[in-house]
Ligand binder design. Sequence first.
Ligand SMILES: C[S@@+](CC[C@H](N)C(=O)[O-])C[C@H]1O[C@@H](n2cnc3c(N)ncnc32)[C@H](O)[C@@H]1O
Length: 190
Amino acid sequence: MHFTVEAQRMAKEHLTDGAIAIDATVGNGFDTLFLAQHVGEAGLVYGVDIQSMAIESAKQKLQQANLLHRTQLAVMSHANLTDLLLPKDQGQVSVAMFNLGYLPFGDKSIVTTSAVTRQALDHTFRLLKLGGLLSVLAYPGHSGGAEETAMIAQWLDDHSSFFEVKRFQDSQNTNSPILWSMSKCRPHLP
Ligand SMILES: C[S@@+](CC[C@H](N)C(=O)[O-])C[C@H]1O[C@@H](n2cnc3c(N)ncnc32)[C@H](O)[C@@H]1O
């Protein structure tokens, strides 16, 4: 399975014109571009990455596709995601995508980490609308990846009554990426 393609395929089912979306790990901007292509002219994609190089590269891609105006990108940690969203968009997010780990062909020491990812998931849970999709692609194979993957499984357990969950992994390979697709089926408590 090509996990990034599958993540986008499922995300597309939740995107309509005017949708609000989040790319919590912009990286090279492939998911940001995909989201921008599917939120329509009235929609908006919020995207963050801690590497300015990643945000600049994503901006170039979006500019070339004439879609930069559909995005709001910032060099910041997803631990502070809520600060980026306009109040009117909070609780209205249709899709939030996390593609964890490090930037391919980039600095492999700059990597998502368990504690910070957990904070970001807590934020995203509240930012999602009812019926919204949280997509998380985790890589247990890199240093710290197994701990992060275990944290996500635990986080999901803790939030199991709020999500309908699909989980994908290559069963032949214990280090295979894991893709969780979680649809919010119950409102969070105030
Ligand atoms: C696997 S890459 C993302 C690939 C991207 N979705 C794409 O389509 O190209 C993971 C990214 O997460 C970023 N990252 C690491 N820690 C982060 C954090 N706390 N907040 C936001 N982004 C972070 C890294 O800088 C890296 O660019």
